[in-house]
Design a protein around this ligand. Structure first.
Ligand code: HEC
Length: 215
């Protein structure tokens, strides 16, 4: 929650920061040095607040971010080269400095967007794996196997053929899912009643696994 709020603040502040750069650069380029001077004085306090917020939110996000890849480092380099260049450029009215500073800050913003898009892609890739039916079946069968080995294998054996204490051979069983579920719930002869022991997800996994023992 805090992270998202800070992230949005950071983004807004960056946009304002870049907008001020842009305006100043344009004024400098068209030789409106008086207007530039007035604008610089006018924006001085807000710009200080913005710069401070920019560094504070950025610093905080930095501590919270785990993905220090090349793009990210490049972005930091861009930002920290841009700031002194801009200071010199606007103060000494050096157009080239101002232009490079503007390009760098815009570049940093662009890199941040690319970085985010990449993270986003990674996220949807994970999502795809989770919602992939094959992966889901795999998880279901592991779940079923674990439950079966813990609750059923004592009598039926891991492969379903042990037949201990009169247990039926599950590989040869021809029962439907509904019938298997009924036997699990109600029990039969020495097979204990297990009503309420498994939730829906567990029962589904178990039924799938019991049927998969058949050849
Ligand atoms: C204490 C031993 C025991 C345990 C534990 C046990 N069973 Fe059984 N199971 C039996 C016995 C005995 C029968 C045969 C009942 C009869 O028909 O007389 C049986 C029968 C069955 C049948 C019916 C097979 C058929 O074709 O008639 C299924 C299916 C089955 N068990 C599944 C399971 C599952 C799944 C579990 C674990 C959740 C489990 N059993 C745990 C003893 C056990």
């Amino acid at each position: 929650m805090l992270f998202t709020a800070l992230f949005h603040t950071h983004k807004l502040v960056v946009i304002l920061f870049a907008a001020i750069y842009l305006l100043k650069t344009v004024l400098l380029l068209v030789n409106k040095t008086n207007t530039l001077q007035r604008f610089t004085n006018f924006i001085k306090i807000p710009e200080m607040v913005i710069s401070l917020l920019f560094l504070l939110t950025g610093g905080y996000l930095l501590m919270d971010i785990a993905s220090f890849d090349m793009l990210f480092i490049l972005k930091l380099v861009f930002v920290f080269t841009s700031i002194p260049l801009a200071v010199i450029g606007f103060k000494k009215q050096k157009k080239a400095f101002a232009l490079v500073a503007l390009a760098l800050i815009m570049g940093a913003y662009g890199l941040a967007e690319v970085h985010k898009a990449r993270l986003g892609k990674r996220h949807s890739f994970t999502e795809e794996v989770i919602t992939n039916p094959q992966a889901e079946n795999y998880v279901l069968s592991l779940h079923g196997k674990a439950l079966y080995n813990a609750q059923c294998a004592v009598c039926h054996g891991q492969d379903g053929t042990a037949g201990l204490s009169g247990a039926k051979n599950l590989q040869a069983s021809k029962l439907t899912e509904g019938e298997i579920e009924a036997i699990i719930n109600k029990g039969k002869n020495t097979m204990p009643r297990m009503q309420g022991k498994f939730n829906d997800q567990e029962m589904k996994a178990l039924l799938n696994y019991v049927k998969s023992l058949r050849q």
